[in-house]
Structures are given as C-alpha cells and as structure tokens.
Design a protein around this ligand. Structure first.
Ligand code: GLV
Ligand code: MG
Length: 343
C-alpha cells in the first residue's frame, strides 16, 4: 500500500494548491491494542476488518513489567497475523525511557517490513525526529527493509507545541501528528484529571443584568457555556501538518462510556481539519468512522457545486448561496475524501 507521505509530499513541494490534490488512504481511526494480551491478539483480525489503522501500544498504559511482553506480542502480530489491508503501527516508549532503543531495534529487525508507521510520544522538537530518522535508516539498512518506515509524532508537551512547525518539517518520514491532551495537560500544569474533552469549569459567562441602581442583579440567571480548552493547540497542529504535507489527528478520549462527548470532541477535530482520532475501545471505532467520513448531505451539495462550476472559477449562486474559487476548493476537499473512502 502507498503511504500517506507518497501521496502528499510530492504534491506539497512547490505545488500551487496541494489542498485540492489527491489526499491519503483511509485514516479515520488509529485503534490501540495491547499486544501483550493473547486474547486481544486473537481478536485482531476482526478488529482490523473494521479499523483503518491498528496500533500496538508499548508506551503509557503498559505496566513496566509488561513492556517486554508487549514488544514481543507485537512481533508475533507482525509475523503471524494477517491484517488484510489495514495498516500496522506501533507507539514506542519515549526517547528518554530505558525501553525505546530495544523497541526500535527489535521491531525494525524482526518486523520492519510489516510496520507502516512508528508513533513517537512526547516529541519536544525537531531534534527528536532527526534522531529517530537516522536510527531508523541504520536499522532498516541492517534488516534489509525495503519500504521506509514512517514517523508520527505525538504533540503532548508544552515544548512540542512551541516547536510544532519544526517538528512537522523535520523529516520526509513525517506521516503526521496526534494531539495528546492528557500529557499536554500535565506538561502545562493545567488543573484537570481528564483525557480530552471539555471541562465544566472552563466557561464563558454572559454579562450581568444591572438593577435600577446600576448594581449587579444576582437574581437574574446568567448564561454560561463550556469552552474548548484544546482549540489553540489543535489548530496549530493542523496548520503545521498541512503546511508540511503530513496528516493531523486528534488523540485519545478517555471517558469510554460518554459516547456523545467523544463524538463531539472528534467532530470538533474533524471540522478543524484533522483526518482521524485514536480509538481506545471498539465503540470508538464506530464513532470515528461516522465522524471522520463527510456527511452525505454535505457531499451531495459539494458535488453539485463541482458539477456546476467545472473550471472552479468565478462567482455563482447555487441554492441561494454564493460560491467562488475558494468554496469550490472546500467542496473538492469534501468530495475527494468521500471518493477515497468509498474506494
Ligand atoms: C496521549 O498520549 C495523551 O497523553 O493524551
Ligand atoms: Mg501521552
């Protein structure tokens, strides 16, 4: 299978308008599994039949005494399990952990030809990607791996956000980035205990009503609305990825039972430009599939615009709405995505 990078990079370098060009293979969800768990490995073919990407997690959530078992389990998956066309990724341990070097040497050596993408956690700057890039080149050469393994950074530290543009540009191996709200909250010293989503304390409030003496009338209720604490960082990540021809993803949503809030968080990311999100439970595969596939009514309208304006130029009224070169491009993004997902 061609990688997202194959599609995107040549089009983005010097191309006048990469946004209207051919995009990338289906990437609506990165489904995390625990490779140390034999039962979970046995279910993987069924999961892979539903998911666009499956990822063997070696980092956070894997206890220290299961790190080696998780790595070995992933080698077993790469060698023994047929995933059909579904991409196989891994999340390695952080670069400053005692497991990272063995994760890389073992996985590239044993299943380098099966791994599509290596997700690197807690990336702080382009130097982290340069290190991985060089090491992968050596390990691939040693193992005779023919297809370069791509790299995906998790944006989950304050430093990482500060360097997001340089990270996205750090290597032609950069496949994309995921937004990691849990580690980012800790890194920024945010006062939360959640994995993604909003917070009932992060509010905006309407102005007060004043009484005849100009004093605040506390008896009149004021409207409050939850704000999105992640908007700034996700928007920065989307810009950095798009500028450098790689793909932005929303990361984890921790409250598995709150499917409505998960859907809202995924949809906010989709509307801002993300192509997919992590799924931590099979129920989130379905949510991601629904959210990151463009809505049918919007696709039908977008098709109508493309058909009505074959050259994509000038100003036109369609169903009472003004359309021009810019809205034509928006419609093309939507129709291209729908076409790619239907293939
Ligand atoms: C993901 O790794 C996160 O920290 O949110
Ligand atoms: Mg994290």
């Amino acid at each position: 299978m061609r990688s997202p990078r194959d599609f995107l990079k040549p089009l983005c370098v010097g191309a006048p308008d990469p946004i209207t060009e051919v995009p990338f293979p289906p990437s609506r969800m990165i489904h995390f599994f625990d490779a140390s768990n034999e039962k979970m490995r046995a279910k993987l073919p069924d999961i892979a039949a539903k998911a666009d990407i499956v990822l063997g997690n070696l980092e956070d959530a894997v206890p220290v005494d299961r790190k080696v078992a998780a790595r070995e389990g992933l080698v077993t998956v790469g060698k023994e399990i047929d995933l059909g066309g579904t991409q196989l990724w891994t999340r390695i341990n952080a670069l400053d952990s005692p497991w990272c070097i063995d994760d890389l040497t073992t996985l590239v050596g044993e299943i380098g030809d099966k791994l599509d993408v290596i997700m690197v956690p807690k990336v702080e700057g382009p130097w982290d990607i340069h290190y991985i890039d060089r090491l992968l080149a050596q390990l691939e050469a040693k193992a005779g791996v023919k297809k370069p393994i791509l790299v995906h950074a998790i944006l989950e530290t304050a430093q990482g956000v500060a360097h997001v543009d340089e990270i996205a540009a750090a290597s032609p191996r950069m496949q994309g980035m995921s937004f990691g709200p849990a580690d980012l909250a800790a890194s920024r010293r945010m006062k939360t205990t959640r994995v993604g989503g909003g917070h009932p304390g992060y509010l905006s409030m309407s102005d007060p009503t004043l009484d005849a003496d100009g004093q605040i009338d506390a008896s009149v209720a004021r409207v409050t609305a939850q704000q999105d604490p992640w908007h700034y960082s996700i928007a920065r990540m989307v810009d950095a990825c798009t500028t450098n021809g790689c793909l932005p993803f929303y990361g984890p949503f921790g409250d598995i039972k709150d499917v409505a809030a998960c859907e809202a968080q995924f949809r906010a990311a989709f509307l801002l430009g993300c192509v997919g999100a992590w799924s931590l439970h099979p129920v989130q595969i379905d949510i991601a599939k629904k959210v990151f596939s463009p809505p049918v009514d919007e696709v039908l309208f977008a098709k109508k615009v493309l058909e009505a304006i074959p050259d994509g130029k000038g100003v036109h009224m369609i169903d009472g709405k003004m359309q021009d070169d810019a809205t034509w491009k928006q419609c093309k993004v939507m129709v291209d995505l729908a076409t790619m997902l239907s293939e």
